[in-house]
Design a protein around this ligand. Structure first.
Ligand code: NAD
Length: 477
């Protein structure tokens, strides 16, 4: 279904994110007929370019990052025709009048700030002062949304100085992933799961986001944040919220986000003993985390595992274990909901019997798997075996269902004015309010992370975190 015609201004349009994700995403939506040709995409950045030079720059990026396009494709030429460029320096006066002239009445107006967060306030102010932003305009911002509670509050204040919360779209691209939304469909469109979705039936939940690459190339940047700030406070927290939240009364942005905030507010403070931080070692001629970070004494974690408790009626007694890191054995992300064993086993105990688990896989092969126990076929008596009911989207729903890129979906949601998959200001602040004491706790003790080998599952201490509770992590594959 095509969206309404729009004028979309991308600040930072010559930058990495715009060229690698935002513009290829828009182009892909154009090729499937979702963008009206009368829409305008205006690049705004500091580089001295004219519209023609900008188009040829973006043409190169599309040929590199948008799959399967021919250089001579007619669609490519049509898409490039929709592009305009204005040179603006956020702090200066040049360009704003020109930008205003490009904006049309009667179409959706959106501003995508793909620039450093330190410019949010300045750009918002200029859009307001030059009467480019209207009360209906939308503004989109990227992570990182703050470094701690105080900086997040300051960013919120910067944005709200010129825009209402209903106009602000804070991107967490995890929320744009097909399976993540499917988690909501699974939970709230089926009668089967909700009665089981509580501590009576669920033993624990494991959320893993494993990456096989290190921080090469962006080590200095990463070293200022670390896994807790870069991944847990935002992405893993969002996955936890969608898994743990109460059913909203309607599928409406504020109803959904109200329920997510309640989960974050119910999180217990995490004791340092329930956290294992790690840093990868050098191996096979490749540098260590500290080499990549350019700091031989860095205490920033490239891995973290933690046990999180949600103090509410539904989840008391069911811990959520979170784990994320770089340079691990594989690149895989999943939410694993591990059910309790049957209260009474009539079959002789079976070695390796694992019980039911529902695995929501974000990558690779987005899909959902339900682990069941059945009788091992054939003679040999009543032996049990584990079998998965598998739903890989590509298999179950065909080629058509190949999930669209998270960015594409989220940008289309901005144009449609649907904030459901974007973080609300209070949600981000609540997540920082939970994360801050944890981070400042270990900063105070100056405790170094535990070293771990590249291509492993992280430090031994992370395994111990689970073993102590008589549980074990699922393999990272
Ligand atoms: P980049 O450095 O590659 O690009 C920055 C862009 O901002 C350029 O177009 C530059 O011209 C423009 N710019 C800089 N200062 C300006 C000013 N004063 N006035 C006007 N324009 C100015 O950065 P990037 O990697 O594209 O990242 C952009 C934002 O998105 C950052 O906040 C980053 O943290 C965030 N982000 C990036 C990625 C990624 O994969 N690159 C992923 C998530 C979030």
């Amino acid at each position: 279904i095509p969206v309404d015609p729009f004028d979309l201004v991308i600040f930072g349009a010559t930058g990495d994110l715009a060229r690698r994700k935002i513009l290829p995403g828009l182009f892909h939506r154009f090729t499937v007929g979702q963008l009206p040709e009368t829409s305008r995409i205006v690049g705004a950045a500091r580089s001295e370019l004219d519209a023609e030079a900008f188009r040829s720059m973006i043409r190169e990026s599309l040929l590199e990052f948008a799959p399967n396009i021919a250089a001579e494709s007619k669609l490519l030429a049509q898409f490039l025709d929709m592009l305009h460029y204005v040179r603006v320096d956020a702090g200066g006066d040049a360009g704003w009048a020109e930008l205003k002239d490009l904006m049309r009445a009667g179409v959706v107006r959106a501003f995508y700030l793909s620039v450093s967060p330190s410019l949010f306030g300045t750009i918002g102010g200029k859009l307001h002062d030059h009467a480019i932003a209207t009360p209906e305009s939308r503004i989109v911002v990227e992570k990182p949304f703050g470094h701690d509670l105080e900086t997040a509050q300051a960013l919120n204040a910067d944005l709200r100085a010129n825009f209402d919360e209903s106009q602000i779209y804070r991107i967490d691209h995890y929320l744009g992933k097909e399976t993540v939304q499917n988690l909501m469909a699974l939970r709230f469109a089926n009668a089967l799961w909700e009665p089981l979705w509580n501590s009576t039936h669920i033993d624990h939940v494991q959320i893993t986001v494993a990456e096989s690459l290190g921080v090469e190339g962006r080590g200095e940047y990463y070293d200022r944040s670390g896994a807790m700030r870069d991944m847990v406070q935002n992405h893993l927290m969002q996955l936890l919220c969608l898994t743990a939240m109460e059913p909203p009364s309607r599928f409406d942005p504020n109803a959904v986000r109200d329920e997510k905030v309640k989960v974050i507010e119910a999180l217990e403070p995490v004791a340092q003993k329930d956290i294992a931080r790690g840093q990868y070692r050098a191996a096979g001629g490749e540098g260590s985390y500290r080499d990549h970070a350019g700091d031989p004494d860095s205490r920033t974690e490239s891995f973290i595992a933690m046990k999180v408790k949600i103090a509410n009626w539904r989840w008391a007694g069911t811990p959520f274990y979170l784990r994320t890191g770089k340079k691990l054995r594989g690149r895989s992300s999943e939410i694993a909901v591990i059910f309790r064993d049957p209260p009474h086993m009539i079959f002789p105990a079976m070695e390796g019997h694992k019980g039911n688990a529902l695995i929501i896989r974000l990558q690779p092969d987005e899909g959902i798997t339900l682990r069941n126990t059945i009788k091992d076929p054939g003679p040999g008596g009543m032996r049990l075996a584990e079998v998965s009911l598998d739903m890989t989207f590509a298999d179950a729903l065909g080629e058509e269902a190949t999930p669209q890129d998270a960015y594409e979906r989220l940008i289309m949601d901005v144009i449609r004015g649907d904030q459901t998959l974007f973080m609300r200001g209070d949600e981000v602040e609540a997540a920082w309010a939970w994360a801050d004491p944890i981070i400042y706790g270990w900063e105070e003790t100056r405790q170094p992370p535990y070293p771990y080998d590249p291509a492993s599952s992280g430090p031994e201490e992370a395994l111990m975190l689970m073993h102590r509770d008589g549980r074990r992590w699922r393999e990272i594959t």
